[in-house]
Design a protein around this ligand. Structure first.
Ligand SMILES: [Zn+2]
Length: 64
């Protein structure tokens, strides 16, 4: 199975499997770490979604 994995933070595809048991990936360009598998075509969408989710999460946290 070959899947292109791209960093949701900087868009680099130089991702390394950091922790295979937890499927944590690490970006060798920006140092991002996360359980992320982004297919090439959806990268921009995925980045936007991630930013949205982060904003939502922050909002939810602030309201508590
Ligand atoms: Zn990166």
């Amino acid at each position: 199975m070959t899947k292109t994995v791209s960093c949701p933070n900087c868009g680099s595809n130089r991702m390394k499997m950091h922790n295979p048991q937890l499927s944590i990936w690490q970006c060798s360009k920006c140092g991002y770490q996360g359980p992320v598998v982004v297919e090439n075509g959806n990268l921009n969408k995925q980045i936007k979604e991630n930013k949205k989710m982060e904003k939502l999460r922050k909002k939810l946290l602030w309201r508590r």
